[in-house]
Design a binder for this molecule. Structure first.
Ligand SMILES: [Fe+2]
Ligand SMILES: [Fe+2]
Length: 166
């Protein structure tokens, strides 16, 4: 089945959303660097790497279906945050929005009877459960640190242990 133009356009838009997430997480990582929270900065760099992988997964899929990848401009990400907590809250809000984007894309593929795209997107729907869970946990942990620099340093140390970008 040929990839329909509207599904192709929506997949391209989702590449943009994944790259927007890449951009936002890099910006949050840069903010943590300015605060000398290097563990949190590293965690967010890994998260940014993960978003790039998501974008490239869709990039590969469009090509495999004989479609054309068209990259779009990215908006400037937020560059300053009032606290580590507000940076983690921004990341959570971004993930929640992205879950909506993916679900809408899956609805479109379903409506168009594009079973291959529905099947391809299942991985992303499952992945968003993990993404929202880790983003929510970061917000919870940052809240626990409020008012305690020692706790914040402990969290920074812990987050610096992240090795994977999956
Ligand atoms: Fe993603
Ligand atoms: Fe993930």
């Amino acid at each position: 089945m040929e990839l329909k133009k509207n599904v192709e356009a929506a997949l391209n838009r989702q590449i943009t959303h994944e790259l927007e997430a890449w951009h936002v997480y890099l910006s949050i990582s840069a903010y943590f660097e300015t605060q000398s929270l290097l563990g949190m900065a590293k965690w967010m760099r890994k998260q940014a790497d993960e978003e790039m992988k998501h974008a490239m997964k869709i990039f590969g899929y469009i090509n495999e279906r004989g479609g054309a990848v068209r990259l779009e401009a990215l908006p400037a990400p937020p560059s300053s945050f009032s606290s580590p907590l507000s940076a983690f809250e921004a990341a959570l809000a971004h993930e929640q929005k992205n879950t909506e984007n993916i679900e809408k894309l899956a609805d479109l593929a379903e409506a168009e009877g594009d079973k291959a795209t529905v099947s391809f997107l299942k991985w992303f729907i499952d992945e968003q459960v993990e993404e929202e869970d880790s983003a929510r946990r970061n917000v919870d942990l940052a809240k626990m640190c409020e008012g305690s620099k020692a706790a914040l340093m402990q969290l920074d140390y812990m987050m610096g242990k992240r090795e994977s970008s999956d």
